[in-house]
Design a binder for this molecule. Structure first.
Ligand SMILES: [Fe+2]
Length: 341
């Protein structure tokens, strides 16, 4: 164990996740973490892919601290100036920070409330399809990213604007042997949000926009072997981040009414069963590190009439696993191979 934190597992109300309990301000934590660079990544792996740090308020005054922490988790921290990200969503001084906020100029609205807003027994809904928006970050890219860091500059009140996580390793382990065989060799087709290929867009008859080579939907294995732990995990998204014209699965009946849709619904309902979930209620100064290779997550509703939310995200790339060895980045125009889909 490390000298600058103690690891408490699992996170409250969940079967996974860890809290790295630190002392001192964010600058002291970052300095200590850089002196023991393997410690936090090891704690992340030991925690099943969700690691919480609290009390890092001063990152809000020195955004570079978040980038320094991010660098501990992999060789490449995304520079959003180079990845066709709209500039108003990128931090002015630190281009590795993507801003998620309902405040102008970002003006990104939260997801709708589930319908109905509570479960039948009065609980907070987590399971698909009542809860929607489950995804793993940037799965429409090959190679996909490894890890995201999400820092609360200004969270909303604790009963709103949560981030919820589902554990793909536990969900995979709980599949029947028949289902494990069925999905073991299957590939999903992942699409950029807003491309006109989402389930809702296809059902509404929206004409999808033409893709350049670097924007095309990308195949991903439904079961990924984690490059650090060696464990298999489900790797899937739902309505908004799969391709519902040619997918959601390669080689199955496509579209919102096909065999592929039925399988996706069944898998996502299984993946997001309450026993595989952690719900995070944010406090200012919280940082969550999550592993996109073995988890999905979803944002939740908050009241934009009364609440302003500002969150900072970084994305770490560089260790996607042997399957992607030697691949060029699909999303960079000058690297994308026009022959791939
Ligand atoms: Fe996300």
């Amino acid at each position: 164990m490390s000298g600058f934190f103690t690891l408490q597992t699992p996170l409250q109300g969940a079967r996974f996740g860890g809290w790295a309990r630190t002392t001192g301000d964010a600058a002291a934590v970052v300095k200590a973490a850089e002196a023991e660079p393997a410690a936090l990544p090891r704690a992340l792996a030991e925690s099943g892919g969700v690691l919480l740090l609290k009390g890092l308020h001063s990152i809000a005054q020195d955004a570079s601290l978040l980038v320094r922490l991010s660098r501990l988790f992999g060789p490449e921290v995304e520079d959003y100036r180079r990845t066709l990200t709209p500039r108003h969503q990128v931090h002015d001084a630190v281009p590795e920070i993507f801003i998620v906020s309902n405040v102008a100029p970002v003006s990104r609205m939260p997801p709708k409330r589930p319908e109905p807003p509570m479960t039948a027994d009065g609980g907070f809904p987590v399971q698909y399809p009542q809860r929607k928006g489950w995804h793993t970050d940037q799965s429409y890219r090959r190679p996909p990213p490894d890890i995201s860091l999400f820092f609360a500059v200004a969270p909303v009140s604790r009963d709103q604007g949560q981030t919820i996580f589902a554990n793909g390793t536990l969900a995979y382990e709980a599949l029947s042997p028949d289902m494990k065989r069925k999905v073991g060799q299957l590939e999903g087709l992942h699409a950029q949000p807003g491309s006109g290929r989402s389930r809702d867009a296809v059902l509404a008859g929206t004409k999808p926009r033409e893709f350049a080579a670097h924007e095309r939907s990308q195949r991903q294995p439904v079961v990924r072997i984690h490059p650090v732990t060696g464990k298999p995990a489900l790797y899937l998204c739902e309505s908004g981040q799969m391709d519902w014209i040619e997918g959601p699965f390669v080689g199955m009946q496509p579209g919102p009414h096909g065999d592929g849709a039925a399988l996706l619904d069944a898998l996502m309902a299984h993946y997001t069963r309450p026993e595989f979930i952690y719900v995070h209620e944010w406090d200012q100064g919280d940082l969550i590190v999550w592993d996109n290779r073995c988890l999905v997550h979803a944002a939740t509703w908050f009241d934009v009439e009364t609440q302003n939310r500002v969150m900072w995200r970084t994305t770490v790339h560089g260790n996607p696993g042997a399957l992607y060895a030697g691949e060029k980045k699909s999303w960079i125009p000058e690297l994308a191979d026009a022959s791939t889909e």
